[in-house]
Design a protein around this ligand. Sequence first.
Ligand SMILES: Cc1cc2nc3c(=O)[nH]c(=O)nc-3n(C[C@H](O)[C@H](O)[C@H](O)COP(=O)(O)OP(=O)(O)OC[C@H]3O[C@@H](n4cnc5c(N)ncnc54)[C@H](O)[C@@H]3O)c2cc1C
Length: 360
Amino acid sequence: MDPLLYLGGLVVLFLLWIKVKGLDYVIVHQRWIFVCLFLLPLSVIFDVYYYLRAWLIFKMCSAPKQHDQRVRNIQRQVREWRKEGGKTHMCTGRPGWLTVSLRVGKYKKTNKNIMINMMDILEVDTQRQVVRVEPLVNMGQITALLNSLGWTLPVLPELDDLTVGGLVMGTGIESSSHIYGLFQHICVAFELVLADGSLVRCTEEENSDLFHAVPWSCGTLGFLVAAEIKIVPASLWVCLQYEPIRGLENICRRFSEASEDKNNTFVEGLQYSLDEAVIMTGTMTDTAEPDKINRIGLHYKPWFFKHVERYLTENKKAVEYIPLRHYYHRHTRSIFWDMSSYSPPAHALVSLMHAHTHCY
Ligand SMILES: Cc1cc2nc3c(=O)[nH]c(=O)nc-3n(C[C@H](O)[C@H](O)[C@H](O)COP(=O)(O)OP(=O)(O)OC[C@H]3O[C@@H](n4cnc5c(N)ncnc54)[C@H](O)[C@@H]3O)c2cc1C
């Protein structure tokens, strides 16, 4: 049969099924169809577009020139709100579905939305060891650029889509936080548009009260329009040691010991039951033992939490060398273990598409 006719037949059957069962039923009970047919292809197009856009803009150095214009645009929106009498509160105009959150804030519908379309890396200053970014720059964008230049953030929250604005105004933590602290602790300057429309820069020395009040303020003090963040030299690999541990006390003790040892650049524990965990400790290195290399971000590799679980089941310690960027985004494909709530066909597609669009 002509493949087009065959496809047409399938589409008609699918539509009939939706008509009989109802769209709500199909979306709720057969989520994977919606995910595979619509959500994933759309998110691939979205990611590829943003990746190419970010790359082109950085190469053309056009972001710094546009930045001032974008800031003026935000100031204009805030001043308009004041002129209108400031009747409602203001909030960022970023829709809830774009954020890494399970909550879709209703306040976005009633408050004055200030559109902050600022998603570019403005400058990488290797002399001062600082990167200056706009608030919608995300972690995937940062590792793609910085790691290729031989630099990285000391604290790199692992999901690609987490943004600098969200991590500063909300919070951010990562497996290197036992050394460097939270995401806000690696920030050296914030630039904000305040409720009167003025632009303010704050650092440890300049407007220091504001500088210390911004983290966790969830946008209540002003709109973040840029941040300067410390960078450190990056290596090619993470040498990761896996250690299965049993017994809650042993798990807590081993995790504390590993965190106190500052030779461990990365410390992470994944707990599989009340009494079973795998503690991982890692260091950056430029050399790797070839037979211990594991490129965990490739699409055919098991999800990271599943891979780690194997060491618990087999009750054995192990050492692996993981490419730095694969390590950083180790939980992106599976969103920790959330993705396992989808059905098997979605598993396969999600793994494949995320590996291609997010990792490499
Ligand atoms: C499934 C899941 C996994 C997660 N994994 C991690 C993780 O691995 N590591 C980690 O550290 N955290 C993690 N988090 C928590 C996450 O860091 C926070 O929820 C974070 O604040 C979300 O970032 P976002 O970029 O989506 O920000 P948003 O949700 O968009 O924003 C967070 C807050 O900051 C405010 N804000 C954002 N931009 C601006 C701006 N320009 N000006 C003023 N205010 C602003 C918003 O109004 C909001 O109050 C996870 C959360 C979920 C749901």
